[in-house]
Design a protein around this ligand. Structure first.
Ligand SMILES: [Zn+2]
Length: 264
């Protein structure tokens, strides 16, 4: 009998909570890195902060990938598909990418006063840098988990696609991606419905601080939108579809006016 899988299902909910728990610990550890920055010797202490942050991102990224692989395997078992398959953990992002993201997050601490603008006090700039570092660290870490599932879906002959599960309080972009339902892994299995090329690279795009999860779908399973994602889809069709170039703005407005779940 075909089983049903949904972005609002129990197992997706458990995975989301596990990913959320990991994120909380990550953000706590990124905040603790503040001790590496010596306000009196910012230039000299910054490299220590950078390498410590890099280490935290690497450790948590590997944990996110393991968590994703476990979820994939559990979902696969639940789907009862034949043949064995062990998902490979997605690789860590390139060191240059991690360093560039962290440097970008911290760039505000170097801002000096200009003619037109008085710089914020250093502690305010450090706070802002910390929040941005948390946001980019979350993206780098969770992307490693999300990529683990997308990669497994591409490589497992028994997987047909994946869907995005967005939080009720997610942004309009993530709600739009979630409302599209299942994305087929390859054009060959697409059957004229949504696929990665149809969605552009949006299906694989996750912004800083994004909490979205990727849910795999296997052969013989039927994907069903959760009631909240079905409502987002209805709002999209009613208010935004058929307005090329303006869909996201119209969808955001429709959500603000009609969705009972708040936008961030
Ligand atoms: Zn998201």
């Amino acid at each position: 009998m075909a089983s049903t899988v949904s972005d609002g299902g129990d197992s997706a909910g458990r995975y989301r909570r596990a990913q959320r728990g990991l994120t909380r610990l990550l953000l706590r550890d990124v905040a603790r890195l503040r001790r590496f920055l010596n306000p009196a010797r910012l230039q000299e202490s910054f490299p220590d902060w950078l390498s410590a942050a890099d280490e935290v991102v690497a450790q948590y990224g590997d944990m996110a990938a393991s968590l994703a692989a476990q979820f994939f395997e559990a979902e696969r078992d639940g789907a009862g598909v034949p043949e064995a398959f062990t998902p490979e953990l997605a690789r860590r992002p390139p060191p240059e990418q991690v360093e560039a993201s962290l440097r970008w997050a911290a760039h505000g601490i170097w801002t000096a006063e200009s003619d037109t603008q008085v710089a914020d006090p250093l502690d305010v700039r450090l706070d802002a840098a910390e929040r941005q570092a948390e946001a980019v660290a979350q993206k780098l870490v969770l992307d490693q988990g999300r990529e683990t599932i997308r990669q497994a879906v591409r490589e497992d002959r028994q997987a047909v696609g994946y869907a995005r599960a967005a939080a009720l309080g997610a942004c309009s972009f993530c709600k739009l991606m979630a409302s599209r339902g299942m994305v087929y892994a390859t054009a060959g299995t697409a059957g004229g419905d949504a696929n990665e090329s149809f969605l552009g690279d949006g299906a694989a795009k996750y912004h800083n601080s994004c909490n979205c999860c990727v849910i795999p779908v296997f052969r013989g399973q039927r994907f069903e939108l959760s009631s909240h994602a079905a409502e987002w889809d209805r709002l999209y069709q009613e208010y935004a579809q058929g307005h090329p170039g303006d869909q996201l703005r119209l969808f955001r407005r429709a959500l603000a006016e009609h969705d009972k779940h708040p936008l961030p």
